[in-house]
Ligand binder design. Structure first.
Ligand code: 5GP
Length: 206
């Protein structure tokens, strides 16, 4: 048993299918905890407060920032998004592997604070497929789709700062690959300090 849970950040272009991937991962394996972010954007059809996001006003969001309740926060296409700190810390200490599904600026801030964080980047197989998925969602205006594609170009500039790339072509294969990568982190020496101390102590007595 490694010292604590793995903190994994999943980012990717809007339309890469991160949401579906996360749902599938959580339904297949029970050691994951998905962090629920706060956002100032409005709920989409089918989204519920406290499940997909905590939907808050600008004032509430600013208060969370002032009171240092957020592990990181960033602006994305005219809205603020942030990760509540306490839930993440509690779950990691309880040994859960915590997943933050956040954009790139936030991901890099988390990595700065916690260098052991695993950064995973999810992409669709190509740009045409991304556009198709964004349009097919039907919930966004042409303007928002354009903004999200512009943002994807910016994110592509930073994607090579991530540790692993996952191409979401076949959902099933992508979920399994993500699971394998995260689980492999448990074997990292840096996440096994307790074991190292224990065996050193035992050997000292031999
Ligand atoms: P959406 O509006 O499509 O739900 O999310 C827009 C973007 O915000 C996505 O790239 C998503 O990963 C990111 N995001 C969601 N929650 C957070 C958060 O707490 N922090 C940051 N930095 N990005 C977030």
């Amino acid at each position: 048993m490694s010292d604590q849970g793995i903190l994994a950040v999943v980012s990717g272009f809007s339309g890469a299918g991160k949401g579906t991937l996360m749902k599938e991962l959580l339904s297949r394996y029970d050691n994951y905890a998905l962090s629920v972010s706060a956002t100032t954007r409005s709920p989409r059809e089918g989204e519920a407060h406290g499940r997909e996001y905590f939907f808050v006003t600008e004032e509430e969001f600013d208060r969370m920032v002032r009171e240092e309740q957020l592990l990181e926060y960033a602006r994305y296409v005219k809205h603020s998004y942030g990760t509540p700190k306490s839930y993440v810390m509690e779950q990691l200490q309880a040994g859960k592997d915590v997943i933050l599904e956040i954009e790139i600026q936030g991901a890099l801030k988390v990595k700065e604070k916690f260098p052991e964080t695993l950064l995973l980047f999810v992409s669709a197989p190509d740009a045409a497929e991304l556009r198709r998925r964004l349009t097919g969602r039907g919930s966004e205006s042409e303007e928002v789709i354009r903004e999200r594609l512009a943002r994807a170009k910016e994110e592509a500039d930073g994607m090579d700062r991530y540790d692993y790339l996952l191409i979401n072509d076949d959902l099933d294969a992508c979920v399994e690959e993500m699971h394998r990568i995260i689980q492999a982190q448990h074997a990292r020496m840096s996440n096994n300090r307790r074991f190292v101390e224990k065996i050193r102590g035992e050997l000292a007595e031999c």
